[in-house]
Design a protein around this ligand. Structure first.
Ligand code: NDP
Ligand code: 2IT
Length: 444
């Protein structure tokens, strides 16, 4: 498709040294070709050129002082990518690897993910190359306050609503919100994932992981199957991984392996999640400790090795590109039937090809992990309505949203003649609403 190729070529030329952004854009634009062909008016309106260019990129200095009195300077980012269907919405990532390429790939994915939820939220993403590991609570607070002292002027409950991502959980959200409120004198839903005592929503903490399990369950159900008795690998051991594991277990699966960025644990009897929560959520420790506490489990210092363990279902929930071609081939060889992405873009383009060509049911992140941001939008609704819904209510809405996402992408894939290709289905189903909104609003 000439138009798609032209836009992609220009994007690579104009944004050099941004491999993750190129990767996400390549996947998305390539799979949109059938829609673009159907709508020649999109090319005339420069729609794709506008779609891949963020509306606004904010880069800022974040100075802070550590416990020893030493001054540090980190980079702060907020990419306000697309506000066609609602205020910018998307998480903040604090990790030493963060750079513009990573924030832009996440922002681009977020536009379509947020559209897929069916809720009125645009796409954005932000973060910093700050490393929260090993920092004291006071250092985390100092960093978050400094970060918000610049960010506050760019965001707002109806403008841009950040949330958590890697390295940003309840503690960081609390400090960020506290500083926003202090500067702006407004107690509003300007950031989601807040604590339950100050405007947060029940089930938001669990939402991404639970949502991932719900959509996977729907894919299983459509094939007359279920989680019961399945061996599952969940990579990562952070927010998404823990609650994906919890829900998969409650639906009858046996989760046999998890990892952190140092290595993986294998527990043939099934992971004891209370121990993982104690190590990771309470103590902020290393997963290695699990093998010391649970007899029969084994720790191996090397993340990638996790994909050599035979499983029925793989739920990658850590970070981008954690499954490459070799790992994908190993998973297939060992009999994996379903791969559902809790993380954003955890599979490389080559890995996705391996899954697709091997008949693995592959649920891409922008659909499979949309439960987190969907529940963030439910938090926004509760904030602006000054309401507080029960966990049953939020959980039921989350489940309903995930089931709808599954069927929307499934139907879109079928409609365009690519039955079962959920990469294409999710991209198209998400894009159509954004494209319509952009076309209606003129050249902006
Ligand atoms: P957390 O910070 O809570 O957990 C991240 C987990 O992944 C940790 O176990 C971490 O290990 C591991 N990890 C991070 N980087 C690497 C790496 N380079 N190599 C190996 N392991 C790594 O983050 P979340 O659980 O919130 O996020 C996980 C993924 O899910 C991300 O891709 C995020 O974008 C995505 N996501 C998150 C949502 C949310 O609501 N939080 C919503 C939708 C998607 P360690 O502890 O050693 O750092
Ligand atoms: O990648 C994601 O969707 C998130 N990190 C959650 C974003 C949000 O606004 O809740």
């Amino acid at each position: 498709m000439k138009y798609v190729e032209k836009v992609l070529k220009n994007l690579k030329k104009q944004n050099p040294n941004e491999p993750e952004f190129h990767q996400a854009a390549t996947e998305i634009l390539t799979s949109l070709a059938p829609v673009i062909e159907k709508h020649p008016e999109y090319e005339a309106a420069g729609l794709l050129e506008r779609f891949v260019e963020p509306e606004r990129v904010i880069l800022f200095r974040v100075p802070w002082v550590d416990d020893k009195g030493k001054v540090h300077v980190n980079k702060g980012y907020r990419v306000q990518f697309n506000s066609a269907i609602g205020p910018y919405k998307g998480g903040l990532r604090f990790h030493p690897s963060v750079n513009l390429s990573i924030i832009k790939f996440l922002g681009l994915e977020q536009i379509l993910k947020n559209s897929l939820t069916g809720l009125p939220i645009g796409g954005g993403k932000g973060g910093s190359d700050f490393n929260p590991k090993g920092k004291s609570d006071r250092e985390i607070m100092a960093f978050c306050q400094s970060f918000m002292t610049e960010l506050y002027r760019h965001i707002g409950a109806d403008t841009d609503v950040p949330a958590g991502d890697i390295g940003v959980g309840a503690r960081e959200v609390g400090y960020l919100f506290g500083q926003y409120k202090r500067i702006c004198n407004e107690h509003v839903g300007v950031i989601t994932g807040r604590g339950l005592s100050y405007g947060g929503s029940l089930v938001r903490k669990q939402a991404t992981g639970y949502g991932l399990a719900y959509i996977t369950e729907e894919a299983l159900k459509a094939r007359g199957d279920s989680f019961k008795g399945k061996n599952v690998i969940v990579s990562g051991s952070g927010n998404v991984a823990i609650y994906a594991c919890e829900k998969a277990q409650s639906l009858g699966a046996k989760v046999i392996a998890m990892y952190d960025s140092n290595g993986y644990i294998y527990d043939p009897d099934g992971i004891d999640l209370d121990i993982i929560k104690d190590i990771k959520e309470v103590k902020r420790g290393r997963i290695k400790e699990y093998a010391q506490r649970v007899e029969g489990s084994v720790y191996t210092e090397d993340c990638k090795g996790i994909w050599s363990i035979p499983c029925d279902i793989a739920l990658p929930c850590a970070t981008q590109n954690e499954i490459d071609k070799v790992s994908a081939e190993l998973l297939v060889k060992n009999g994996v039937k379903y791969v559902a992405e809790g993380a954003n873009m955890p599979s490389t383009l080559e890995a996705v090809e391996v899954f697709k060509s091997s008949g693995v049911v592959f649920l891409p992140g922008k659909a499979a992990n949309a439960g987190g941001v969907a529940t963030s939008a439910l938090e926004m609704a509760q904030s602006s309505g000054r309401m507080f819904w029960s966990s049953e209510e939020v959980d039921a809405k989350l489940k309903d949203i995930m089931i709808k996402i599954y069927h929307n992408m499934d139907n879109a894939a079928k409609e365009y003649g690519y039955d079962g290709d959920y990469v294409l289905g999710a991209n198209i189903a998400g894009f159509i609403k954004v494209a319509e909104a952009m076309m209606s609003q003129g050249v902006v």
